[in-house]
Design a protein around this ligand. Structure first.
Ligand SMILES: [Zn+2]
Ligand SMILES: [Zn+2]
Length: 238
C-alpha cells in the first residue's frame, strides 16, 4: 500500500473512532455507542404476541397457537422476534446479498434482550450452514455472524463445524412448503466433537421452517434432546 493511501486510511479510521455514534436509521447522534436510537429501535416491526412454537402472532390468550397444539413442529421452541417487513427485510437482504455485515450487529442488539429469558439456555449455538460452494461465492455466512453476536452477548459458544450442508440445494425461494422439504432431503450432516444435548439453531430468517425442520430431523436422530430455533425475523401471516 502506498504511503498516501495508508495515511488516508488511518485518517478515515480516526474519523470513525472519534465521531459520535450515529443512528443507522435516522442519522441522529447517539449519546452512547449503539446502532439505533431508542425511538428508531421502537419502530422496528415486531411480531405481536408470538406463538412460542412457530413465532406467528397469536390471536388467543395462550402461548401456543392452535396449529402448533394440533401438530407441533419438530423443534422445541422458536424465537424470531422481528417481522420480516421494512426496514428489517431490506437490512437482512443487504446483509446477505450486499455484504453489509454491520446489520448483523444492529439487528442482534434488538433481538438479544428477548432471548435472555430463555430457560434453559442452549449449550451451543449452531449457525445454519451454507454449502461450501455458496460460502465461497458469498464470502461469509450471515447465520454465523448472527450466532456470534448472540453467543457473545449471552455467553454461549458457537460451533460452526459440527453441522454441515453436504449437498448444494436449489434456492428455496419460490418453492412451496412441500417442495422445500423435498429440496432439503439429505442436505445436512452432523459430526459434533462434543456430546451436546440442548442446542439452538441460528438463522437470519424463518419462512416456512423447512430448513429448521430438515436439520431437526438430523439432530434428533443423533440423540439431541432439544433444538431451539433462533432467528432475527420471520415472515408472518397477515
Ligand atoms: Zn434513529
Ligand atoms: Zn404456532
Amino acid at each position: 500500500m502506498s504511503l498516501p493511501r495508508l495515511a488516508a486510511g488511518i485518517e478515515h479510521l480516526l474519523d470513525l473512532l472519534l465521531a459520535p455514534g450515529l443512528c443507522l436509521y435516522c442519522g441522529c447522534e447517539l449519546a452512547a455507542p449503539a446502532s439505533l436510537c431508542r425511538p428508531c429501535a421502537a419502530t422496528l416491526p415486531r411480531v405481536p404476541q408470538p406463538c412460542r412454537s412457530c413465532g406467528q402472532p397469536l390471536s388467543t390468550g395462550q402461548d401456543t397457537c392452535p396449529a402448533c397444539l394440533l401438530d407441533p413442529p419438530r423443534w422445541q421452541g422458536l424465537r424470531a422476534p422481528l417481522a420480516y417487513r421494512p426496514p428489517v427485510r431490506e437490512w437482512l437482504r443487504q446483509l446477505k446479498f450486499d455484504g453489509a455485515q454491520h446489520f448483523a450487529r444492529t439487528l442482534c442488539e434488538e433481538v438479544t434482550p428477548l432471548l435472555r429469558g430463555e430457560q434453559p439456555l442452549p449449550q451451543v449455538l449452531l449457525p445454519v450452514p451454507l454449502h461450501p460452494s455458496r460460502l465461497r461465492e458469498r464470502g461469509f455466512n450471515q447465520a454465523l455472524l448472527i450466532a456470534q453476536q448472540f453467543g457473545g452477548a449471552l455467553g454461549i459458544p458457537v460451533d460452526s463445524d459440527a453441522l454441515r450442508r453436504t449437498r448444494a440445494t436449489a434456492s428455496q425461494s419460490g418453492l412451496s412448503a412441500a417442495q422445500r422439504i423435498d429440496n432439503l432431503r439429505g442436505a445436512f450432516s452432523w459430526q459434533p466433537q462434543q456430546p451436546y444435548r440442548h442446542v439452538a439453531l441460528v438463522d437470519d430468517i424463518v419462512t416456512t421452517g423447512a430448513t429448521a425442520d430438515a436439520i431437526c430431523r438430523v439432530l434428533h436422530r443423533a440423540g439431541i434432546e432439544s433444538v431451539r430455533v433462533w432467528a432475527i425475523a420471520r415472515t408472518i401471516r397477515d
